[in-house]
Design a protein around this ligand. Structure first.
Ligand code: PMP
Length: 402
């Protein structure tokens, strides 16, 4: 009996742990706590009345298609519209090159399943997106963090990490990177570095996985050219409607070189048969009937105002030894606290003081990041953000001691 229980789960599940962020959701959602922890987009600005009418109309007019199975590749009209979205980032794509996924999270997960055997190396920025780290762990891939600075991933750091991996006889399967408005670091990869990073990866035979859910949320409205626009044969692009439309619909996409894409469609089939038809049709109608770019401009303004509120409050309240990144898009600021303060240990005291954040260690596989934390400004109002940072500053002060 005992042995059966001990052997119940596959060996690969050993790396599957509840993310610290998920554990936080319960406490952080108490109304008295200002949550700077989650990355939930602010959907209040969506035209809900018009959307609900459209969904009702969709089911009335086209319900037999909308409620039916469809292709694992994604609906052709939506794939065509996704090509128009990609053009904003300088990518020329054909609809057959697009695979629709259940959020970009599924793209990350399936790509890891396709590319990584246990022990294979994934290079990723340090820090990196917690959901991607979860997928890498689930397939027993080994993450090597590559340093970043205020201009994103450091090319020399990548070169050195690849040299070390080669010397150690490791197989490096991909560079997973978030070039724009990084989660959690809040920085953007400098345009001058982009070609260099692509060249390094190409020279080492390492596929680049470019995860870009925030790319259209730059505060000055400018859009950076996607890495895929420069090297489509060696870059897999992950896109999402979660941050520019509605995260709950779970509609994302992947653009990949042919051989990767063909396997990805097979993986989609075995994972979910097909992405949800109704949700794809909702997105497709939304793109066709709404000024979706105007809506993104509205979102940008909301987030810019909140970013400003957070930066002002950080400047005003945090102890002078603290430093932070200044994002020019996206949802996040990455804060470094004074020596001696451990953001993970501090978290329960912060929650007791009425503020929550995501401690830095969750964004590394080696649990470094003890002096960092991610603050999200996407969801609370500017007033709540100011109040949250004020409370947080008090906790950091107390933690630092006299
Ligand atoms: N990648 C990054 C960098 C993210 O921040 C997120 C969401 N927080 C995702 C992927 C997952 O997005 P989706 O909702 O499309 O699955």
């Amino acid at each position: 009996m005992h042995d059966i229980a001990a052997n119940r789960f596959a060996v690969r599940t050993a790396g599957m742990e509840a993310s610290e962020i998920r554990a936080l959701f319960a406490v952080a959602s108490r109304p008295e706590v200002v949550s700077l922890a989650g990355g939930m987009p602010n959907l209040a600005a969506l035209p809900l009345a018009a959307l609900s009418q459209q969904v009702a109309q969709l089911v009335a007019e086209d319900g037999l298609t909308a409620l039916q199975y469809a292709s694992a590749h994604g609906l052709p009209p939506l794939r065509e519209q996704i090509c128009a979205v990609m053009a904003l980032e300088g990518v020329t794509a054909r609809p057959e090159e697009v695979v629709v996924t259940v959020g970009s999270q599924m793209g990350i997960d399936l790509l890891t399943r396709l590319l990584c055997d246990p022990g294979d190396v994934v290079m990723a920025e340090g820090p990196s997106y917690v959901g991607a780290l979860g997928s890498f762990a689930a397939y027993q891939a080994q993450v090597v963090h590559v340093p970043m600075d205020g201009h994103g991933l450091v090319p020399e750091g990548l070169r050195a990490a690849l040299r070390r991996a080669r010397a150690a006889g490791q197989r490096v399967k991909m560079l997973y990177t978030i070039p724009n408005f990084h989660n959690p670091a809040g920085v953007t990869l400098a345009v001058e570095r982009r070609t260099e990073i692509l060249e390094i990866c190409r020279a080492h035979g390492v596929l680049v996985v470019e995860d870009n859910p925030y790319g259209l949320l730059g505060f000055d409205g400018a859009t950076y050219p996607a890495l895929r626009s420069t090297d489509p044969d060696n870059v897999v692009y992950l896109g999402s409607f979660s941050k520019t439309f509605a995260s709950g619909l779970r509609v994302g996409w992947v653009l990949a070189p042919d051989e990767v894409r063909e396997k990805l469609v097979l993986a989609m089939e075995s994972a979910t048969l097909c992405p949800p038809t109704l949700n794809q049709m909702i997105v497709s109608r939304y793109l066709a009937a709404h000024d979706w770019q105007g809506q993104i401009a509205v979102f940008r303004e909301i987030y810019r105002e909140r970013r400003d509120a957070m930066l002002d409050a950080l400047e005003r309240y945090l102890p002078p030894e603290c430093t932070w990144t200044v994002p020019d898009g996206g949802f996040y600021v990455w804060v470094t606290v004074p020596e001696g303060v451990d953001t993970r240990a501090m978290l329960p005291r912060a929650v007791a003081a009425g503020v929550a954040y995501a401690s830095g260690s969750g964004f590394y596989t080696d649990k470094s990041g003890g002096r960092q934390m991610r603050l999200s400004y996407c969801y609370p109002t500017p007033e709540r953000i100011r109040e949250g940072v004020r409370r947080l500053a008090g906790v950091v002060e107390a933690e630092r001691g006299p």
